[in-house]
Write a protein that binds this ligand. Sequence first.
Ligand SMILES: *[C@@H]1O[C@H](CO)[C@@H](O)[C@H](O)[C@H]1NC(C)=O
Ligand SMILES: *[C@@H]1O[C@H](CO)[C@@H](O)[C@H](O)[C@H]1NC(C)=O
Ligand SMILES: *[C@@H]1O[C@H](CO)[C@@H](O)[C@H](O)[C@H]1NC(C)=O
Length: 621
Amino acid sequence: MDNPDGSNLPLCSWTNAVLYPVLLSLADLDAMLGPQQFRGVANFSTFLLDRSSGVLFLGARDAILAVDTNNLTKPPRTIVWDVPEEKRKSCVAKGKTEGDCNNYLRLLEFLGNGWIYVCGTYAFDPQCAFLNMSSFSLERGEDGGVRMETGKGKCPFEPSQHYTAVMADPEFVSSVFIQQDEDNNPQGEDNKIYFFFTEVAKEYDLYTKVKVPRVARVCKSDVGGMKTLQRRWTTFLKAQLVCEDRASGQRYNILTDVYTKQHTSGDPSSTHFYGLFTSQWEHEELSAVCVYSLADISKVMDGPFKELKKTCENWINPEPVPTPRPGQCLNSALRAEGFESSLKLPDKVLTFMRDHPLMENNVIAAPLLVRRGITYTKVAVTRTTTGSDDDQRNAATVLHLGTDRGELHRVLVVGHITTLLQEIPLFSAQEPVNNILLHKGQALVGSPLSLARVGAEGCSLYPSCEVCARARPLGCVWRAKEGACGPGMTEPIQGQEVEDALKLCDSGEGRCSPVLRELRVSVGLHVLLPCVQVSTRPCTWEHPPHRHTRQHHSDLEVTVTEESLGTYTCLCQEGGPEGKEESPVCRRASYHLTLEGPSAGGAMAMAGGRHLLAIYMLCFM
Ligand SMILES: *[C@@H]1O[C@H](CO)[C@@H](O)[C@H](O)[C@H]1NC(C)=O
Ligand SMILES: *[C@@H]1O[C@H](CO)[C@@H](O)[C@H](O)[C@H]1NC(C)=O
Ligand SMILES: *[C@@H]1O[C@H](CO)[C@@H](O)[C@H](O)[C@H]1NC(C)=O
């Protein structure tokens, strides 16, 4: 932070400088591929990993790449699939831009038997092709050209469109195929597909278009109806997802990503869906994570149907639900009754289905995490259980979150305590993270231009005593002699252990007793005092009695005057259990502002020089 030319602030004009520390760590980045390695191929949007071989297929502009994740130094293999010159010209002649008249590959899917289905925007004329994995080439027709079939309805036309949106209208975020446990399916239940999306609610008669996040379910063997719902799903049920902090009433209604995780490996009924949300009504950046269990979704799907056409009559006497129950997936019992296919379903069931696609009850969760001023784009989840595997109360969840500015954040959730572990800058701020994939203890993180591999499991990820102490619920212990974080004995972890572990670090810091940081400032300076809060509960500041402060989320901006010198402490409520109003207050950050002496050369510096804190200067233009 020392300034070379003797003036006090190298980056900003004297009066509008802002001090901003971020928890940074670069230690566990183990490989990075960028424009240099990709040799001009860019606009990556789709990931498909062959877990058996470790080969990662990437969909890009006019190309499909195969990267060996076991050895990232191997040059990636490339297949070019571009738009013929003539077609490009006619696309441009229709008024589209040169850049958009390319083939942006937006869908990669395994077909089985060594084939991958590949779809691209193909100059506003979506096309799909077949990739032979063993020869790593696209199948060709007799004329020698790539064998193609139309991609309409499978791939967006517009290159700028959200690439997972495979259908018009609602914004699709994710679809998940959940297979029944083959060894434990006494009822012979059909497999199910879950869709996650955000749509404009039709059930509210409001002027503003209210968006609602939804989950929908269809049965795998659904082939449509005979007369009613011909060639349409006969088992399509949908329910509203609610991600709401009850204490503040804040609702997060726009779903942007979903990560699916079995809490007990190998048991489909333990599936949980981690949803990433933002809000339609907030003008600032805002992100929240809510988790829904498959069991909770099933309960709502098995509950009452919403009466959308409310007449006086059916208000009092809701339409009786016919049998077989609409939306129910086929099982052995139904098959025995002669319903071996959706084509055999009676018309009254299908009519009811058509009129009642929405469930009455919502699937409700409270956020695990809320962050203001940050836009998360992708989420992935790892879990550690200590003690007996079944005891989910001792589970520690790590959220791996990608931001729109090329960072990867890691947040630890144990019970109702949420702790920010790390913020890792991977790419430039212009590169949003658009893919995160977990494989063999590592996270493969992608942006439109780059691919990074970082460690995702194990204590060695946490490079300092403080971060290691915060990761104590993951079983990590700091070894001062080696200066490394390693696995400790796996005993049940109580909250106090984090506190004790933090106290052992020489900073003298506890989880709720931060070190007091000295800040040397000058009159007229704007200083932003950071306070990181990752739960929904509000933070307040204790500060000298004057009016030159302004709170941004949980951070405090101070305009330095003679009166504003003194101690500033950020107090945050811990995210208490749902519905419990009184939650413990935790001191999150503490600063002492003093006037800079005439001999102090560097303008602003943080006392202690802690290695995980980097200091940034920002300008408010
Ligand atoms: C990784 O690939 C490079 C380049 O092809 C090769 O030289 C190197 O031996 C490989 N490393 C391993 C461990 O296979
Ligand atoms: C796929 O490629 C492999 C290796 O070149 C080849 O042996 C195989 O016949 C191809 N499959 C088809 C169906 O063309
Ligand atoms: C493709 O990448 C280029 C360069 O990064 C960018 O300017 C352009 O907007 C991208 N186009 C699409 C459709 O993503």
